[in-house]
Design a binder for this molecule. Structure first.
Ligand SMILES: *Cc1c(COP(=O)(O)O)cnc(C)c1O
Length: 346
């Protein structure tokens, strides 16, 4: 049997984890797409981790909700974009734990497309029994968190035991522990198969997936370049964010100073015109990956990350014949909410 992540990084045991997903997730070859691009391409299937269509937030929630279980919570509160996968998976975790989820949806992508406003993750939030409220502004993390805290106070007065998931930069990045663990899980798998990648390509949004994977890899002495593809912010602000989050995560596992500036690689070449918006590269990535591999990518995160990977290959930042591991972080339900946007884009 391959090594457990906790054998490789014992400090993870300091943190309470509630198991929500399947693991280890498979690593699959993407033979046809790789051949088309002139590289050897593999994918870590975190879209297949079991909970309500899966995705990277399953691993993050295992560490966010652990302390809530210890505190005997009965209600969880979270804020996110209208089509947030995090919100949907929080609603799913709450259903499984027997808690009530209160989800606050932010208008980050202005749209009156009815599929965007009603289908995909929104439909699933309702089906999973979440209570939904709306928050008007898109780029005010602190304000959105404050609204959650006010709602939690009100719930306390009604005798509930609320637990708030704070995602703003002012709070510790517990979810990133899930990707420290995922890096160790991945390393154990590739050591067993002898198939070590030359590059890892991963989405970089809030940064907890990227920073967590980076800290986990370096903590076990795995020095592979980890390329974060920007899905929300330009490369400068994203690098700052990854620096902050990796430093915090490294400290949380008692390894201060683990990450240097050379470890932090980000590319925003697939980002325009901005978060959640289609572009030619994203459309190409969705179609190629579906038609050559039967793997579904969403326009907000995973297709943008694949578009960033393709750009790295075409500009020789990733050389021909390199072995590349693409981390598939899920987002599958969003494809339905974006159906009109994808089909009408040309
Ligand atoms: C949230 C999300 C990401 C980005 O992860 P961060 O940890 O926020 O950087 C990537 N892919 C999918 C499908 C997501 O839902």
């Amino acid at each position: 049997m391959s090594k457990q992540p906790e054998d490789l990084i014992p400090e993870l045991k300091k943190y309470r984890r509630v198991v929500l997903g399947h693991g280890p997730t498979p690593i699959d070859p993407l033979t046809r797409l790789g051949k088309d691009l002139g590289i050897e391409l593999w994918t870590k299937r975190d879209d297949c981790n079991g909970l309500a269509f899966g995705g990277n937030k399953v691993r993050q929630l295992e560490y966010y909700l652990g302390p809530g279980v210890d505190a005997n919570a009965d209600t969880v509160l979270i804020t996110g974009a209208l089509q947030s996968n995090f919100v949907r998976l929080t609603a799913a975790a709450a259903a499984k734990l027997g808690w009530q989820a209160h989800v606050q949806l932010e208008e980050r992508v202005p749209s009156d497309d009815q599929l965007y406003r009603k289908s995909g993750n929104i439909f699933l939030n309702n089906l999973l029994g979440a209570e939904i409220s709306y928050f008007p502004e898109g780029e005010d993390e602190a304000g959105a968190d404050k609204a959650l805290d006010d709602n939690a106070e009100q719930l306390k007065r009604q005798g509930k035991r609320p637990y708030v998931i704070h995602l703003g930069l002012g709070s510790l990045p517990y979810g990133g522990l899930g990707y420290i663990r995922a890096a160790a899980e991945t390393y154990a798998q590739i050591i067993e198969t002898g198939n070590e990648p030359d590059y890892v390509v991963i989405p970089s949004g809030s940064g907890l997936t990227h920073a967590g994977f980076l800290v986990g890899a370096r903590a076990i002495g795995w020095n592979v370049p980890i390329i974060g593809i920007c899905v929300r912010r330009d490369h400068k602000s994203q690098a700052d964010r990854i620096r902050q989050r990796s430093n915090e995560l490294a400290q949380m596992i008692s390894r201060p100073g683990l990450i240097t500036d050379q470890d932090i690689i980000v590319s925003d070449k697939a980002l325009a015109p901005g978060y959640g918006k289609m572009n030619t590269q994203v459309k190409e990535a969705i179609e190629k990956t579906a038609q050559q591999e039967a793997i579904i990518l969403d326009p907000v995160y995973t297709a943008r990350t694949m578009a960033g990977l393709i750009d790295q290959v075409r500009t020789d930042a990733i050389p021909q014949d390199a072995k590349v591991l693409f981390i598939h972080t899920g987002g599958n339900p969003a494809i339905f909410a974006y159906q009109n946007a994808i089909e009408s884009f040309s």
